[in-house]
Write a protein that binds this ligand. Structure first.
Ligand SMILES: [Fe+2]
Length: 257
């Protein structure tokens, strides 16, 4: 069985990169971080349906989960959408979901890091609570949405041999450390799908202005030029053992959108 995990999809350029990759590759199950997929901020109904139609089976989020007002209104009807588990238990939506594919149970969990974000409960404890509550034959994929490499590597080691796959997201910069920690496939950051000539998928000028002046600026997703596709794929056998894995870092030429 072949899986794909897609790094943070940023706006229209990111969606275009995903479409280009999925047109040429086949997977049994696809997970993507989608919290920047609607023009760089959150997700809308239209974008949710667009990503679903491309073949994305599970969509994870992070600190931008609630950027769009309609997310809070529609989240309960979005079966594929998983917001961070370690936020208020009163929040709408779900922090993990179990999907059945080819007779396999696949549990996708979204967690939010606390280093430099500090807007959530303990992700380590939340993982333990979920892990104790689910069937032990589930294949578990964790998207740990965090800023700090240290926190993500610590979590990868903490969850090794419990979670089957742990990947970081959020920095939009793919790391080169895809490896097994025990039986767990681990990557510090899956990277980004979005415009290459950008800063983390956003238009460069306003980001630079913000750093130079330290004044507030409105950021916009870059929609011009070539696009980048980042993620990783892996295969598993009938016993949930990971057999093959590889980083994916592709570019698609000059797409005006
Ligand atoms: Fe993020």
């Amino acid at each position: 069985m072949k899986f794909l995990f897609i790094g943070d999809i940023v706006g229209r350029s990111g969606r275009k990169a995903v479409r280009c990759h999925l047109e040429n590759n086949k997977y049994d199950f696809v997970v993507a971080n989608v919290e920047n997929s609607a023009a760089g901020f959150g997700i809308t109904e239209r974008v949710y349906n667009d990503l679903k139609s491309m073949g994305i089976n599970a969509m994870t989020a992070g600190n931008h989960t609630w950027d769009r007002k309609e997310t809070a209104e529609l989240i309960e009807s979005w079966d594929e959408f998983i917001r961070p588990a370690n936020i208020s238990s009163k929040a709408a939506g779900k922090g993990f979901n179990i999907f059945e594919v080819n007779g396999k149970k696949i549990c996708v969990i979204n967690l939010l890091g606390r280093v430099f974000m500090n807007m959530s409960n303990c992700p380590f404890e939340s993982f333990d609570t979920i892990y104790e509550s689910i069937d032990k034959d589930c294949f578990i994929i964790v998207d740990f949405h965090g800023e700090a490499t240290s926190e993500k590597i610590a979590f990868g080691n903490y969850a090794s041999n419990k979670a089957n796959v742990v990947t970081g997201t959020h920095t939009h910069v793919q790391t080169n450390d895809l490896r097994l920690i025990g039986n767990t496939l681990y990557l510090t950051d899956a990277g980004m799908c979005g415009a290459i000539d950008s800063i983390l998928g956003m238009e460069k000028e306003s980001i630079i202005e913000k750093f130079v002046t330290n004044m507030p600026h409105r950021f916009k997703a870059e929609t011009k030029g070539s696009v980048l596709f980042n993620g990783f794929s892996f295969t598993i056998d009938d016993d949930n053992i990971i057999r093959e894995y590889k980083l994916i870092n592709e570019t698609f030429e000059s797409i005006e959108s």
